[in-house]
Design a protein. Structure first.
Length: 161
């Protein structure tokens, strides 16, 4: 196994763990508050407030309390986690950009429509657009998908970009 494959494998596992933990913390917050009372879970909500708006009307509810991540963010972080394990990308950067942007567009469109009109999407739609958008973000930003370390004879860097 080449050094590139080893780094790629470990980085994917690290991304999976990080984004899975973020999602699980978002789910644990309402359970924690339900078990131990109101002020106890607030540190979790405060911690995740930096990465999510946490509007209760746009969140899933557990134990009569909103999760610490809204539906779209929770699904987006889950999408990144799942994509880190299962998505293997085309070598050409333009193809990655195109695929990534196409997957992100539905979530952006839904958010802009909600912001500019009276339309309110459902949590199911937020979950779908968040999950698909999370996969799109992974495709756009994952650095090792260039496959730089595996040049074979006649396979130039220029062809990969």
């Amino acid at each position: 196994m080449s050094n590139f494959k080893i780094v790629d494998t470990y980085l994917r596992k690290i991304l999976f763990v990080i984004f899975s933990i973020i999602t699980l913390i978002g789910i644990i917050a309402p359970i924690w508050q339900s078990l131990f009372g109101y002020p106890n879970g607030e540190k979790i909500y405060s911690f995740l407030h930096n990465i999510c708006h946490q509007y209760p009307t746009r969140s899933l509810w557990i134990a009569k309390r909103p999760c610490a991540l809204c539906s779209r963010c929770m699904a987006g972080y889950t999408g990144i986690a799942i994509a880190s394990l299962f998505i293997w990308l085309p070598r050409k950067y333009f193809n990655r950009l195109l695929i990534g942007f196409i997957l992100i567009i539905p979530g952006i469109a839904d958010g802009i429509i909600q912001l500019s009109t009276d339309y309110e999407s459902s949590n199911l739609l937020r979950i779908i657009t968040g999950f698909v958008g999370g996969i799109g973000i992974f495709i756009l930003l994952y650095p090792l998908s260039f496959n730089f370390g595996n040049n074979v004879k006649g396979d130039s860097l220029k062809e990969k970009l």
